[in-house]
Design a binder for this molecule. Structure first.
Ligand code: G
Ligand code: MN
Length: 390
């Protein structure tokens, strides 16, 4: 789990509740980290003064120095040390402080062992990116190469997939205005083995043709979208690779020409860690007139580091957080916190994957207004009309 050669990453755990501390220690030690446990913010601050850590994992509400106070102390000494905050009571006030003090993640308890380890791995990967010299990062083992005939087959299918490429659209509905605020474009292909984005993107990646696929998608979007209601926006998914493609901001490209109506979605799930100078690249997209959405903000890992570094105009809540939210108080608290945090930062919130009226109503009651999901409309030919009743 922990990279060879880098030594064991050192993690400082801070929680005033013994049972939680023990659980965190157990999970992270089993994942291969070197773990130090402390029971208070004050004790943790003393450790940080005396020793070197690679990551701090801290509870927020603790007597004496709380998690936010500890984070502030950490930032006075070290601008980049990853800090993951954990809380049983997610709320906008602590989330805003966490963003402003550049916490790496803000996790709501109870957190699963898997989500915790993923958050820790991501935080450490971000840190590595900041401190690594380029020659050190180029040491991954080469992947076995597929046979020549397999590559030929894939090339042929991918060629057919590009020829048969088309876009479907799913409305993003405003419940208060009862209109389609925007449409998300989703790629499809008439080539049966690559009908959906997963297989299509895998093939493009395998064949090193992601740039070509991205440009074909953007052209197809622009062609169709000229027929949409001029007030509607267009949400378009980007692959992290597209961030490196100059054609995205080339004013001769059709999508760039309609940039003021376009919101580019960058997924919080993808390996954004791989994209160097993400902030500079995002700034270029903004100068070209695009707006930015962070896609797939997840239930376990709320991507606070991307809130802070990208400052998106929109965030999209992942359907894992939406599914069954009407019967799940923890999900409601997280969604409320994200809606309040976004409101305070002037970020629009889109709840994705809404399938029932009960999910919709629960989301309205925690402060959401923009919705996407089968309840409103399935993705379809341009342009499906959202339903609002019952
Ligand atoms: O990763 P991204 O958020 O772009 O994915 C959107 C995908 O989610 C699309 O493939 C779309 O078909 C699917 N989707 C949209 N609405 C719903 C929904 O209400 N339920 C489910 N299960 N999937 C949905
Ligand atoms: Mn999307």
């Amino acid at each position: 789990m922990v990279r060879e050669g880098a030594g064991k990453a050192r993690i400082l755990i801070v929680d005033d509740v013994l049972a939680v501390r023990t659980m965190l220690q157990h999970v992270l030690a089993r994942a291969g980290y070197s773990v130090t446990c402390t029971a208070s913010g004050v004790e943790a601050a003393r450790h940080i003064d005396a020793e070197v850590f690679d990551l701090v994992l801290s509870d927020i509400s603790m007597p004496g120095l709380d998690g936010i106070g500890l984070l502030r102390k950490v930032r006075e000494r070290d601008a980049d040390l990853p800090v993951i905050l954990l809380t049983g009571v997610p709320n906008a006030a602590t989330a805003i402080s966490a963003v402003n003090l550049a916490a790496t993640a803000y996790l709501a308890k109870p957190v699963t062992a898997e989500a915790l380890v993923i958050a820790v791995q991501r935080a450490l990967a971000l840190r590595r990116l900041l401190v690594l010299r380029p020659e050190e990062s180029a040491c991954a083992a080469p992947e076995p190469s597929p046979s020549a005939s397999a590559v030929d087959d894939l090339t042929a299918s991918f060629g057919r997939a590009l020829e048969g490429l088309f876009m479907v659209y799913q409305p993003i509905a405003s419940a208060s205005r009862r209109t389609a605020f925007a449409y998300e474009a989703l790629v499809r292909s008439s080539e049966p083995t690559m009908a959906y984005p997963g297989a299509l993107l895998d093939a493009a990646e395998e064949l090193d043709r992601l740039g070509e696929l991205g440009r074909a998608i953007r052209r197809s979007c622009a062609e169709t979208f000229v027929e949409a209601d001029p007030r509607a926006r267009l949400f378009v998914n980007l692959h992290p690779y597209d961030l490196l493609d100059e054609s995205l901001v080339d004013p001769r490209e059709p999508l760039a020409r309609m940039a003021s109506r376009v919101v580019l979605e960058i997924t919080d799930r993808a390996r954004l860690d791989d994209v160097s100078d993400l902030e500079t690249r995002v700034a270029r997209l903004r100068r070209a007139g695009f707006r930015i959405a962070i896609d797939d903000i997840a239930a376990g890992y709320s991507g606070l580091s991307s809130f802070a570094s990208i400052r998106p105009e929109f965030v999209k809540l992942d359907m894992a957080l939406i599914r069954g939210i009407d019967a799940d108080p923890t999900k409601q608290r997280i969604a409320r916190m994200l809606a309040e945090l976004s409101g305070a930062l002037d970020i629009g919130v889109v709840a994705e994957g809404v399938e029932t009226a009960a999910e919709r109503d629960s989301l309205i009651s925690v402060g959401c207004d923009l919705f996407q999901g089968y309840f409103f409309a399935r993705p379809g030919a341009p342009f499906p009309v959202p339903r609002f009743d019952p």
